[in-house]
Design a binder for this molecule. Structure first.
Ligand code: F6P
Length: 335
């Protein structure tokens, strides 16, 4: 790319954060190219180890982490917290920002040519490295993701609405396609890993049972289910055509607070969704009012169209006999 052509340019990006966003975009152009070559390039999906939480690390996870860290080091990012690294890394000791990142989300989809992505969150740096991240989600300056799919898109918020850019392969720059992304209020789609049904709590089982019961149940309408297995792809679908996503806590060991990480997955997604008029909770309370107590802490995540997410919270308030009842007998939500 020529020095004159910025990888992204929009006056909706705050000037102080522009170099950081440009660095993220420049790396994601390269990441998109590596992904697009798939098996023609290096073996991206091969296992190379485990991260701090015992999740398997693929070659592409590690490669992306190194690529983002190297580029962000040239910017005002002081602290870098990555899913792939146990501790916070200092990049630029004089920098003003703390950036959390899941360099490659959805890595189980690398080898099967399904959308994957990068999720990031930016705070103002504090004196302490960990303290810069262990703080309420509503202190984020920016939250966003890049999805590597049929199109490579950047979706980002700076707290003033949600913006969507698409990478133009012709000149390798991100172009603004929507300056006011809004989660559609109505949709018949829900997304959850239904194979965990037996591990869920009663309110979650009751909510999903009522969706599955369709027209014959208390919801009185038919639903459709989607599960990609990539958080970025599910988020992109919901931002585009509505619906609800749930990764609740469940009774499996290690899944008591769900699977997704607060700092570099749930907080930025919640920020994007709320700025697009949707709602994001842990099943009951807003994610944006909460904070992690450790760098890689997990939290249950429910987000999407406001009415749907609020309904899940209402199931958590139902009396025991109502959530235990078969859908046909659950009276409160009928009609
Ligand atoms: O955090 C990793 C992730 O791959 C998300 O992108 C996705 O939503 C979730 O895990 C899928 O989890 P599971 O394999 O339990 O359905």
């Amino acid at each position: 790319m020529s020095a004159q052509t910025p990888v992204i340019s929009s006056d909706l990006i705050p000037a102080a954060l522009t170099p950081v966003i440009e660095a993220l975009c420049a790396v994601s152009v390269d990441v998109a190219a590596v992904i697009a070559r798939g098996p023609l390039g290096q073996s991206l999906g091969s296992l190379v180890g485990e991260n701090t939480d015992g999740d398997s690390q693929k070659a592409l996870d590690v490669l992306c982490d190194e690529m983002f860290a190297a580029e962000l080091k040239k910017t005002d990012v002081r602290f870098y917290a990555s899913e792939e690294q146990e501790e916070v890394v200092t990049l630029n000791p004089n920098g003003k920002y703390a950036l959390a990142i899941d360099p490659l989300d959805g890595s189980s989809n690398i080898d099967v040519n399904v959308s994957i992505g990068t999720i990031f969150s930016i705070f103002e740096a504090k004196e302490g490295d960990k303290e810069s991240f262990l703080r309420p989600a509503n202190e984020q300056l920016a939250g966003g993701y890049v999805v590597y799919g049929p199109q490579t898109s950047l979706v980002v918020t700076f707290g003033n609405g949600t913006l969507m850019f698409v990478l133009d392969p012709a000149d390798k720059t991100f172009k603004l396609v929507n300056d006011k992304v809004m989660v559609p209020a109505t949709s018949k789609e829900f997304a959850i890993n239904a194979s965990n049904y037996r591990h869920w709590t009663k309110p979650v089982r009751a909510y999903i049972a009522d969706c599955l019961a369709g027209q014959e149940g208390p919801r009185d309408k038919d639903f459709n289910m989607r599960w990609v297995g990539s958080l970025v792809a599910e988020t992109h679908r919901i931002l585009t055509r509505g619906g609800i996503f749930l990764y609740p806590g469940d009774s499996r060991k290690g899944y008591e607070s769900g699977r997704l990480r607060m700092i570099y997955e749930c907080a930025p997604i919640a920020f994007l969704i709320e700025q697009a008029g949707g709602v994001a909770t842990d099943g009951a309370d807003p994610i944006m009012g909460q904070q992690a107590d450790s760098l890689h802490a997990r939290i249950p995540l429910v987000f999407g169209s406001a009415e749907k997410v609020n309904r899940v919270a209402a199931y958590h308030d139902l009396p025991e006999q109502e959530v235990s009842a078969l859908f046909g007998d659950r009276g409160l939500f009928r009609g």
